[in-house]
Unconditional design. Structure first.
Length: 281
């Protein structure tokens, strides 16, 4: 469940300096991000802060009504929020992609397909088999993990508190989530590329040598727990994040991994080419 550069790099040959190389690469990425934020961050956050401030009362009032509706049933509210909206984000984006994958139309989108001779259209039998696994992982793996995450987060406080987080705190949390996810996914995915584990677990995901968006969570259940869900949910659990921030992060993570697996290099979106060819290995 992740992006092109990180996922692909896990299949490279490892040397003694592999860990140190990863640390240096991470330092370059994080350092570049800090420089970018230093240069443009004040202007960007100022505009976002203005939007947040202008609409803050609206969102707070909306949340207060929802909070009162579920008062005394915070666990249900947490499950509702972290499952409903991420599910919609995943399936709406993938429904649009599947329409293209199964019909081969419209041509103004299919012309951006990375592997032009594949999935034109996608094999319906293979797709149905993948969908069964995807739905199983989403309902019977992700669902229970979200419940466990809620009870772990209550040890830090109430993740469904009546007050929404501030704009800057939500932004900070999202940055921490991304760093933790990047680190954990990289090494868990690399672990599943170990020859002793690959053939039993990760090989299932690589059955799709020309991936499509929905197969982003087509994986062995154990891999889905360790490499897909754990890196994404660990940040909110550690920080004891508010439901709204956690839900937004899950939506972003699912849309991001969909883009990484979609098989199209669409304008204005990150290129999934590296990850696409990673699936060929």
């Amino acid at each position: 469940m992740r992006g092109a550069a990180t996922a692909g790099s896990s299949s490279r040959q490892e040397g003694p300096g592999g860990l140190w190389d990863s640390v240096k690469k991470a330092a370059v990425v994080i350092g570049s991000g800090i420089l970018f934020l230093a240069a443009f961050g004040n202007s960007l956050t100022w505009h976002l802060q203005r939007f947040w401030g202008a609409s803050g009362d609206f969102w707070q009032n909306l949340w207060a009504k929802l909070y009162l509706t579920f008062e005394g049933h915070e666990a249900a509210l947490f499950f509702f929020g972290t499952m409903l909206f991420p599910t919609l984000a995943f399936w709406v984006s993938n429904a649009l992609l599947l329409l293209v994958d199964t019909t081969g139309k419209p041509s103004f989108i299919t012309r951006y397909r990375i592997q032009m001779d594949r999935n034109n259209p996608v094999d319906p039998v293979k797709l149905r088999h993948a969908l069964k696994s995807v739905i199983f992982n989403h309902v019977f793996i992700s669902g229970p993990m979200v419940v466990v995450a809620y009870y772990l987060m209550t040890l830090r406080g109430n993740p469904c508190g009546p007050e929404l987080p501030t704009f800057h705190w939500a932004l900070t949390e999202l940055a921490v989530f991304a760093i933790l996810e990047e680190f954990l996914f990289y090494y868990t995915h690399r672990l599943f590329h170990h020859p002793g584990l690959y053939k039993h677990f990760h090989k299932q995901h690589h059955e799709w040598t020309a991936p499509i968006g929905v197969v982003s969570i087509y994986a062995h259940p154990l891999e889905h727990v360790i490499s897909n869900m754990l890196p994404v949910i660990i940040g909110p659990v550690i920080l004891g994040s508010h439901l709204t921030t956690t839900t937004l992060w899950l939506c972003l993570a699912l849309v991001s991994t969909t883009i990484s697996h979609c098989g199209y290099h669409l304008p204005f979106l990150p290129s999934p080419e590296f990850h696409d060819f990673h699936h060929l290995r």
